[in-house]
Design a binder for this molecule. Sequence first.
Ligand SMILES: CC(C)(COP(=O)(O)OP(=O)(O)OC[C@H]1O[C@@H](n2cnc3c(N)ncnc32)[C@H](O)[C@@H]1OP(=O)(O)O)[C@@H](O)C(=O)NCCC(=O)NCCS
Ligand SMILES: CC(=O)OP(=O)(O)O
Length: 334
Amino acid sequence: MTQLPIELLRSCAPANRPTIALSEGSDPRIVAGALAAHQAELADIILIGAVAEVEATLQAQGASAGPGIAVHDPATADLTEEFASRYHELRKHKGVDEAKARAAAETPLVYAAMLVRSGRALGTVGGAVHTTGDVVRTAIQVIGMAPDAAMVSSFFLMYPPASADNGRAMLYSDCGLVIDPSAKELAGIATASAVSARALLQVKPKIAMLSFSTKGSARHPAVDKVIEATNALRTDHPDLNVDGELQFDAAFVPSVGERKSPGSAVAGQANVMIFPNLDAGNIGYKITQRIGGYAAIGPVMQGLAQPANDLSRGCIAEDVTQMIAVTILQALNK
Ligand SMILES: CC(C)(COP(=O)(O)OP(=O)(O)OC[C@H]1O[C@@H](n2cnc3c(N)ncnc32)[C@H](O)[C@@H]1OP(=O)(O)O)[C@@H](O)C(=O)NCCC(=O)NCCS
Ligand SMILES: CC(=O)OP(=O)(O)O
């Protein structure tokens, strides 16, 4: 039975309690998720937002700022000056002058990412209010890519409901960020996802390169892209357990996998589902979540220098707590 991120984090028992910055500090789901993480002694929290609004949300939930729960208002915080100067240094080659840098540092997303970049927080979570584009763009521009990463992509951790007799935990990618990856990018998303699946699901990755075709059942340039990515993975990473191109039923259902891709070690048992583009990935994860009843934790970002993660605007407080745990686990696995 796969452990949820909170359980996995508890079993790791980090020596120090990390600090996580939450850029949407007045959203009731963010505050409830943060309070749960703090009460479970998983993390100290910095809630970012206008002080009166954050305090009102805390109060409505019977809580207040205090040890382990800090409130920072970027419009008035002492750190904003330093963050404006750092942001100016980072972005002046893109035409960002000092006034624009100050305005950026006063936004909760940039302020939260700067807390991470400057080492004052281990990671950041946002996206219950902001769009994924805004969250991801800020993370890429402020925190930047990991030195060994070719690109940033994202994934969801998908956990089956207790009622599912054929369910299993899976990683779905990319459902949040890369809109139309090339074959090379798709292969990169798959290799990064395999690493993330090992770390966060504690499974040996079985990677399905998804398509509307299985093993030549349809012909189209979109299918060729998935075949090319699969071949590149087999050549460059012979250690990886990968099969493609596969339809979702061939990847997920053992009897269909055996019929459509006989003898495959992945078909019917895949636990890393690589979607061919963001249309398929984003729609696919939401169907699995909303009709299939799976819990969906994401979009988790991979390829950043330090952890910064997104949420769906449809998230609930429990998702926020789980994402805080994921963010800490990513830092521990770096
Ligand atoms: C990057 C993204 C998040 C935003 O795109 P955008 O607003 O057009 O921004 P840009 O393309 O200018 O990219 C912003 C920066 O990120 C960089 N970037 C974009 N995609 C990247 C990637 N996958 N990896 C690393 N860097 C990337 C760009 O080079 C650019 O850097 P710069 O500002 O230093 O020049 C885009 O991938 C996107 O919109 N994805 C879809 C998000 C979404 O709506 N998802 C559905 C709901 S989950
Ligand atoms: C991941 C995602 O789809 O985010 P949102 O629901 O906020 O658009």
